[in-house]
Each structure stands twice: as C-alpha cells, then as structure tokens.
Design a protein around this ligand. Structure first.
Ligand code: NAD
Ligand code: 0WE
Length: 260
C-alpha cells in the first residue's frame, strides 16, 4: 500500500507507542522510514525500534524547539531529497493538568504548554515538511482523542488541545490541498501506552470501553497502524481534513446498552 513512500514518524517512545504500531504497518506495506526521538533518554529505545524497520535516519526532535524541527527536515533533505508522509503522534500537558476537576486544574501555563506541544507542533511540522513534499502525493497524519468533542473526566485541557489539533487538521487540509498535500487525523480509542501510564483509573476506562463499545473490546496500536497506512496511501487520495474514529465504535453511542 505504501511502496517506496518516504515517511517521517514523530512520537515513538516505547514498543507500546501508537507511533510504533503505525511504523510497523507502514514498513510492512513497503514504506521507507525515518524516526525522531524527544530527548537523549529515549534515543537508544527509538534507535533499536528503528533498526527493526531497516531505518537509518534517527534524529533528535523536541517539538518545542523550532531549530530542532528545522534540523530534522534539513537532515531529511540531505538524505532523501524529498518526503511523502509525516506522522505526528505527540501529545503533552503538565501532569497536574490531567488530574481532578477541569476548572480547578486549568492554568494559563498548563493551557499554553498543552496547546504548544499537542496542537501547534502539527502545524510546525507541516510548515517545515512542505518544501520537501512538493510534486508528490503528500500526506500528514495526527492522532486525536474523543475528549476533543466530548467533555471527559480528567482529560481536561488536553481536550481543548485536541479540539485545536482537529481544527488544525482542517486548516492544513485547506491550506496545503492546492499542493496535493492531504492532512487527516485518527481519533483513537484508549490504549495502554506510556502517555496513559499513571493516569488515574485508566484501567477502569479500558474496562468500560470493553463493556459498552459496539465491538465489546478495546483497540490496538496495530489497528491504528492499518488505518494510518490507508489514510497516508494513494487509496485515500480524495480524503483530506477528516477525523477518522478508530475506537471499536465507542463514539457513536448515545447511551450504552443496559446490562441485564
Ligand atoms: P506515547 O507516550 O507512546 O507517545 C507520546 C509521544 O509524545 C512520545 O513519543 C513522547 O516522546 C512524545 N512527546 C511528548 N512531548 C514531546 C515533545 N516536546 N517533543 C517531541 N515529542 C514529544 O503515547 P501514545 O498513546 O502512543 O501517544 C501518541 C499520540 O496518540 C498522542 O497524541 C496521544 O494524545 C494520542 N492518543 C493516545 C491515546 C491513548 O489512549 N494512548 C488515545 C488517543 C490518542
Ligand atoms: O492523549 C492522551 C494522553 C496524553 C498525555 C499524557 C500525559 C501523561 C504524562 C498528555 N500529557 C501527559 N503528561 C504527563 O505528564 N490520551 C488520549 C490518553 C489518555 O489520557 C487521559 C485519558 C486518556 C484516554 C487522561 C485522563 C482521562 C483519559
């Protein structure tokens, strides 16, 4: 599905990362991959994972830094000369933002950090990738969550940042569509990754999904990977600005079926 496509994956932190499920699926479908890591602590992990996909390009990138972003795309330009796909699987808010009641937790600084790292960074990567994506069927992909459109306990300011990220997907689609660059998002159901570790009652959220979702189960990073391949492949050449739910059907419910 992705034969010969040159793909940059941003957001691998562990073998459980959604970005890793996407990378494996894209590698299986014939893509060439480059990876970034957030900091030196994560470097060796990402290098090991990249090796499994035959990837030679592993670059540092904290998305809070404009110069690190520029350096990533300069390295890709030197190595590949062009780029087909960018996968953005990055989200962050200060830990205290994800605890308790929204109005108690939210602060100006927490709001700014959540939006900078989780939403602006998608636009920043798109801006930097743009010159390398000219004259090809370019595709940008990000990861969102249902907390963008529904109020959820504890997700708090991340819900606002994901709403901004989804709007960013639509504005990028409008902005870059004339250059045949598409932008889409996958809204994934909850998965136990590093970003989910330490979230209070995450286990009971997973159990709730398994009980009430139409498919009566949670989803896997590999399943997100398959949809990601489709959206970034030429099979999805007319889909842009879309948010695709990959959540075992959870989002369509008005009321869960009552247990007997
Ligand atoms: P993860 O912890 O494996 O990945 C999060 C990534 O964000 C890590 O690789 C981390 O290094 C990166 N990151 C954070 N701050 C960064 C920064 N300043 N610069 C560069 N990278 C930074 O967790 P995940 O669940 O795979 O998360 C990936 C994406 O999927 C996130 O956008 C998350 O919001 C989204 N998502 C997760 C779930 C879930 O339940 N796990 C559900 C829906 C959407
Ligand atoms: O987007 C996310 C989580 C993103 C996230 C996770 C952390 C943990 C570590 C952002 N910032 C941080 N900051 C940290 O310090 N998800 C979709 C997973 C998630 O997180 C929740 C959820 C779900 C689902 C938080 C509360 C409620 C539900």
């Amino acid at each position: 599905m992705m034969h010969g496509k040159k793909v940059l994956i941003v957001g691998v932190a562990s073998p459980r990362s959604i970005a890793w499920g996407i990378a494996k699926a894209m590698h299986r479908e014939g893509a060439e991959l480059a990876f970034t890591y957030q900091n030196e602590k994560l470097r060796s992990r990402v290098e090991k994972i990249a090796e499994e996909c035959g990837s030679e390009l592993v670059l540092p990138c904290d998305v809070a830094s404009d110069t690190q972003i520029d350096d990533v795309f300069a390295a890709i330009r030197d190595h590949w000369g062009a780029l087909d796909v960018v996968v953005h699987a990055v989200g962050f808010a200060p830990r205290e933002q994800l605890e308790g009641n929204f109005a108690d937790a939210v602060t100006r600084e927490g709001f700014a950090i959540a939006h900078d790292i989780s939403a602006y960074s998608f636009a920043a990567l798109a801006k930097a990738a743009r010159p390398l994506m000219q004259g090809r069927n370019g595709a940008l992909l990000t990861l969102s969550y249902l907390g963008s459109v529904r109020a959820m306990p504890s997700y708090n300011v991340m819900g606002l940042a994901k709403a901004s990220l989804e709007a960013c997907t639509r504005y990028l689609a409008q902005s870059l569509g004339p250059e045949n660059i598409r932008a889409n998002a996958i809204s994934a159901g909850p998965i136990k990754t590093l970003a989910a570790s330490g979230i209070a009652r995450f286990r009971s959220m997973l159990e709730n999904v398994s009980r009430v979702a139409p498919l009566r189960r949670t989803i896997t990073a590999d399943e997100v990977g398959n949809v990601a391949c489709f959206l970034c492949s030429d099979y999805a050449s007319a889909i842009t600005g879309e948010v695709v739910n990959v959540d075992a059907g959870y989002n369509i419910l008005g009321m869960p079926e009552l247990e007997q």
